[in-house]
Design a protein around this ligand. Structure first.
Ligand SMILES: NC(=O)C1=CN([C@@H]2O[C@H](COP(=O)(O)OP(=O)(O)OC[C@H]3O[C@@H](n4cnc5c(N)ncnc54)[C@H](OP(=O)(O)O)[C@@H]3O)[C@@H](O)[C@H]2O)C=CC1
Ligand SMILES: Nc1nc(=O)c2c([nH]1)NC[C@@H]1CN(c3ccc(C(=O)N[C@@H](CCC(=O)O)C(=O)O)cc3)C=[N+]21
Length: 299
């Protein structure tokens, strides 16, 4: 039985953060200030709190300023919009990320729409989404861009390959499909209404799983030698006697590894790439906001 090679997202992300740090070090004297990232977290969701903390640490480690705004669960729409307005107007803030999902009483799209497109480091505003669809340069959502970087590093030219993206969210599935189309893949987007999903996935040279269902994708769904990108982050219920459950992806890793050519692990795959690309997008936005040139291929 062959064994897939493991795509080391953690190592790739470290390299990317190194490049961001170099650019940030040159940005500071040129702009007379650090590049800055603001993260807004509403509510007390423990997983999000951990995620926000690690983002803050890595932002500072890359030589950028980190601004964290933690608001209570019962924050009103008006208070949240006022904070976004304040961050839009703040010259020290180059990137704004509002952690999703928001508590149910808040209108997520209206909050995202309020973010200035020049600070949209999550790539979720209608302007960013539209530019991606049109093939124009702009800020691209972090998880799909990070996944594409891993794919290109592994496969080189993606032209003509069959790609199946499972999931069609604004955050992951849709922009992922756009990026793959931009690389001339033949793209299929699968979702909860897709008929015979295993059969659809078996046609794929590239599988991107972004579903949110622990270990759903099995070995017999995978074409032998295919490249598998597992975006899912799912926490299993804790085993007897332990406090925290194991973190698993949307792909049954042990099973799929026996068929795939290459596969990303969870943890240590796409997750670290998401944060590294967020920092990358922030330094790119900072250069634009400060009217400083940055070569297209600089990062
Ligand atoms: N690694 C990282 O950095 C990140 C990881 N994630 C993780 O990725 C996963 C997906 O996130 P996100 O896109 O935000 O999730 P959403 O819940 O927004 O979207 C899930 C998508 O999966 C589809 N789906 C659900 N069940 C099935 C099924 N049984 N068969 C086929 N398709 C199905 C849904 O279809 P429909 O549209 O029909 O409902 C939907 O399009 C989650 O585990 C999340 O935690 C998310 C962001 C970043
Ligand atoms: N506006 C917005 N943008 C996002 O990009 C966004 C979001 N909201 N909401 C939540 C999801 C989830 N997400 C993760 C990013 C990194 C890891 C990550 O670094 N994971 C590590 C492990 C983390 C651990 O051990 O807990 C890994 O996979 O190796 C996980 C999850 C970004 N998201």
């Amino acid at each position: 039985m062959t064994q897939a090679s493991i795509i080391d997202g953690k190592a790739f992300a470290e390299g990317l953060r190194g490049k961001v740090a170099e650019l940030a070090a040159k940005f500071e004297p040129a702009a007379g200030r650090k590049a800055g990232l603001a993260v807004v977290l509403v509510g007390e969701d423990p997983a999000s709190q951990v995620y926000v903390r690690s983002k803050g640490k890595q932002t500072v480690a890359c030589g950028m300023a980190s601004f964290e705004h933690k608001l209570p669960e019962d924050t009103t729409q008006d208070v949240l919009l006022a904070l976004v307005d304040q961050l839009n107007a703040d010259p020290l803030v180059d990137g704004i990320l509002v952690q999703l999902p928001l508590p149910k009483h808040l209108d997520e799209q209206a909050v995202v729409d309020r973010i200035s497109p020049s600070k949209d480091v999550d790539g979720l505003t209608p302007i960013s989404t539209g530019r991606l669809a049109l093939g124009l340069p702009g800020l691209v959502p972090c998880t799909p861009l990070g996944s594409l970087m891993l794919l290109k590093d592994r496969l080189g030219n993606l032209s003509g390959l069959n790609a199946v993206v499972i999931g069609r969210s604004i955050l992951v599935g849709k922009p992922m499909a756009q990026l793959l189309l931009g690389e001339n893949c033949t793209v299929t987007i699968a979702h909860s209404r897709t008929q015979d999903l295993p059969e659809v996935v078996r046609r794929a040279d590239i599988v991107v799983a972004a579903v949110g269902r622990p270990e759903m994708v099995k070995a017999d769904w995978i074409k032998p030698g295919a490249t598998v990108i597992d975006v899912g982050i799912n926490r299993l219920p804790p085993a007897e006697g332990s406090e925290k459950g194991r973190l698993v992806g949307d792909v049954d890793f042990a099973d799929a590894s026996t068929v795939a050519g290459a596969i990303t692990p969870v943890p240590g795959g796409v997750g670290p790439m998401t944060i590294a690309v967020l920092l990358r997008n922030t330094i790119v936005a900072a250069h634009r906001n400060a009217d400083l040139a940055l070569a297209e291929d600089a990062i």
